[in-house]
Design a binder for this molecule. Structure first.
Ligand SMILES: NC(=O)C1=CN([C@@H]2O[C@H](COP(=O)(O)OP(=O)(O)OC[C@H]3O[C@@H](n4cnc5c(N)ncnc54)[C@H](OP(=O)(O)O)[C@@H]3O)[C@@H](O)[C@H]2O)C=CC1
Ligand SMILES: O=C(O)C1=N[C@H](C(=O)O)C[C@H](O)C1
Length: 246
């Protein structure tokens, strides 16, 4: 497969390594300095785009792929406020997109366990729940996309939580938390690839579900596997469609 890498930073460079190992070819690498190369003519040289860029670049990159009729795997987080609009446009224009807040197998297992746990905890109202995420200091968005997915799964499955709120360590948080609000705390610590914990706490004990990424390799390999899966498909997909744990 000929791959266009939209974003050639920490993730783009590891994705390149896995893609080459698996027999693919990289035909375009886009970063801030060569953004003008992201045009229809260049995108049409590829069979697939993989976007790991930045929250404020993801939307224009996605629409550039749509205009070139190029399928795109989107790992970039921080643009999900526009998710429904992108989905509608993708389907109306017969384009192809797969997105995921986290492409690692471990986190996708964790997502599934999180849903099962939230349903179970409806029977145990003495426990309150919160989500914690820790990432490296270069991360531009908070909360992480993964923490948002975990929180949304909990809200969908646990009757007494209705919305999430985010507290970023080091910034003022003066909100009084309501019982039906789920707190996501975000911490930024040098060199942490991504740690997520779901904590159920009662007076007598805590139950913690935790995923710790040891490096970015799991995310990068997952993105290449997702691109392989998306070949010859049409439509709008989420990474969960690949794992199909339901
Ligand atoms: N879904 C998942 O599994 C994962 C998602 N992510 C997400 O992927 C994204 C990228 O992460 P990461 O690689 O660590 O970030 P980096 O900052 O290391 O890399 C981002 C890349 O995008 C480029 N870029 C930024 N803005 C633009 C723009 N306007 N136009 C073109 N290129 C641009 C940067 O260019 P330059 O080098 O010139 O600055 C850089 O090459 C983040 O949103 C992160 O949250 C990360 C890991 C896993
Ligand atoms: O920015 C990162 O690094 C990561 N971003 C994703 C997220 O926002 O959840 C996935 C992973 O945790 C690393």
């Amino acid at each position: 497969m000929k791959i266009a890498l939209l974003g050639y930073g920490k993730m783009g460079q590891i994705i390149e390594r896995f893609a080459l190992e698996r027999g693919h070819e990289i035909v375009l690498k886009i970063n801030i300095d060569n953004q003008q190369e992201l045009n229809t003519a260049n995108l049409r040289k590829a069979d697939m785009a993989i976007d790991f860029s930045a929250p404020d670049a993801a939307l224009s990159n996605i629409y550039a792929c749509f205009d070139a009729n190029l399928p795109v795997v989107v790992g970039t987080t921080g643009w999900y406020g526009q998710l429904q609009e992108v989905k509608n446009d993708c389907l109306n224009r017969n384009n192809t997109l797969l997105y995921g807040s986290n492409f690692s197998i471990g986190v996708n297992l964790f997502f599934h366990i999180n849903e099962v746990m939230a349903r179970l905890m409806n029977n145990f109202p003495d426990y309150d729940v919160q989500v914690e995420e820790i990432h490296h200091t270069q991360k531009l968005d908070a909360p992480s996309g993964t923490a948002m997915t975990l929180a949304e799964e909990i809200i969908e499955n646990l009757d007494n939580k209705k919305e999430w709120v985010n507290e970023l360590e080091g910034t003022p948080f003066e909100q009084v938390l309501k019982n039906d609000q789920l707190l996501i705390t975000s911490q930024r610590v040098e060199n942490v690839p991504g740690t997520h914990t779901v904590i159920y706490s009662s007076e007598v004990d805590d139950i913690e579900l935790k995923h710790t990424a040891h490096s970015r390799a799991g995310f990068a390999l997952g993105a290449v596997v997702a691109a392989e899966w998306l070949q010859n498909k049409q439509g709008f997909y989420n990474i969960a469609d690949i794992f199909n744990f339901k």
